[in-house]
Design a protein around this ligand. Sequence first.
Ligand code: SF4
Ligand SMILES: [Zn+2]
Length: 557
Amino acid sequence: METQDFCKLMAKEIEKDDLKTKKQIADLRDSLIKKHRPNTIPSLVEIMTYLPRGSYNFVIKPTRTMSGVSPVALMTKPIPCPHGRCTYCPGGPNSQFGNVPQSYTGGEPATMRAIRNNYDPYLQVFNRLEHYVLLGHSVDKIELIVMGGTFTAFDKEYQEEFIKYSFKAMNDFSKLFFEEDGTLDYPKFKKFFELPAKDFQSEERTKKIHKKLLEMKGECELKTEQEKNESVKVRCVALCIETKPDWGLLEHGNQILKLGCTRVELGIQSVYEEVIKKVNRGHTIKDTIDSIRILKDLGFKISAHYMPGLPLTDKKKDLEGMKQLFSDEDYRPDMLKIYPTMVSKGTPLYLDYKKGNFKPLTADSAAEIIAEFKESVPEYCRIQRIQRDVPTKQWEAGVELTNFRQYLFQKHKPKCKCIRCREPRKREINWDKVEIKINEYGASNGTEYFISAEDTENDLIIGFIRMRFPSESLREEITTSSAIIRELHVYGVATNIGAEGSVQHKGFGKKLLKKAEEIAKQNKKNKMIIISGIGVKKYYYNLGYEKEGPYVTKSLE
Ligand code: SF4
Ligand SMILES: [Zn+2]
């Protein structure tokens, strides 16, 4: 049977039996496949395109938007890193994997999407938003994640162009498919994306859509698109950029502030000088420490990347190094990604491995180290990932499990106090036991306040603020008596702004902000500065904040 006819048949059955859950629909698909043998097996998204929107009330991948925000990962075009190449780094221009971004293999979902869209940010954003709409996700709060190489080392013009077209795509998507009152014009959306399509994956369909989009893309200005984004439907609430310490200093920090960046993914990889030298990181430990301090002083959130299992380390040294990230005030990142070293073909590390001079960590030993480390992670840090999002088959050696995280938790059951492990997700909250907690600690020569709303009975975190008294004033907006809020986050299932979410709209954002302002005043600070995603600025304007440079600020006097 033609796939298209099969999808139509599915849609009819779904409507007839009023099926509502993902499982019901997947079961139906399995049973109909046996009977009708379609030419290709359609994905659930594809089947959705044959149904009127709203007839299904589930989200196919619910975990993606659990923290209230929908991530859109974009990939820049392949550009080499200026210092050369780290010895373990896969991919890059004209690599073993073809012409792919540095540090990626072409097998990651985001890279594949980028390639399909010629690395064009405008096309990539539209493509991702299209999928989110089809999956029934809310798209009004977007976290833009820019990946691939060392972004801040790229030509400034390219950096700006990449970001401005990402904003323009969100603005144009809003204008095209959403009414003034925020409702989606689904028929118009379907028509534009040629849905339902005879062949959902066909190149012909992609070409047609690209043609329409490229005609719309036109010229634009960064500032204008940012301003527009403050009040459109699809808002950028966070913008994350990847870099390395020697490209994460003051000049680079200022540049990405201008672009609207709120979080930096910083590849530090090790705390040992000899290790980063050996793997040709092209920076020093001093750069790492300076970069972390400067970026925090500018208000950024920092997600550090650490690689256990690099050459010149062993289990003991790795564990000590990771623990140093928190015992040593010079590090103390807000978030952490732990990437056990993997061996990729076409790298100097691969040659060492082949010669028997390098042995990567196995899943077993990596799990042991990470499990023990987790027990010492402080409550203000969020462990984001413990494995790279690169398919296991792309590696020659190293942690051999795709579900490494699951394996680690099942085998070691670590008691982790990190933010991620205490997020509510679908767990019940006892609202009578919610308290505001304050954790003050020194970090990178400044003082940090981690102010959280927590359900003390169930040990769940409902929301938090990171406020810093900077170590020095690096910009004119940041006076010596300023406090800076680097993050305000309230958890909940992604909801449309204005609609009732399970956690999002219980007013905790305001309560936490009030507490932060109170603490700042008690410490003789007279100005509050907030680094805010472009699309969240309006929220702060309503609370008495005003735009000042890349920030929003308020006098506390
Ligand atoms: S800095 Fe990152 S992307 Fe560049 S070569 Fe090193 S690991 Fe690869
Ligand atoms: Zn944790």
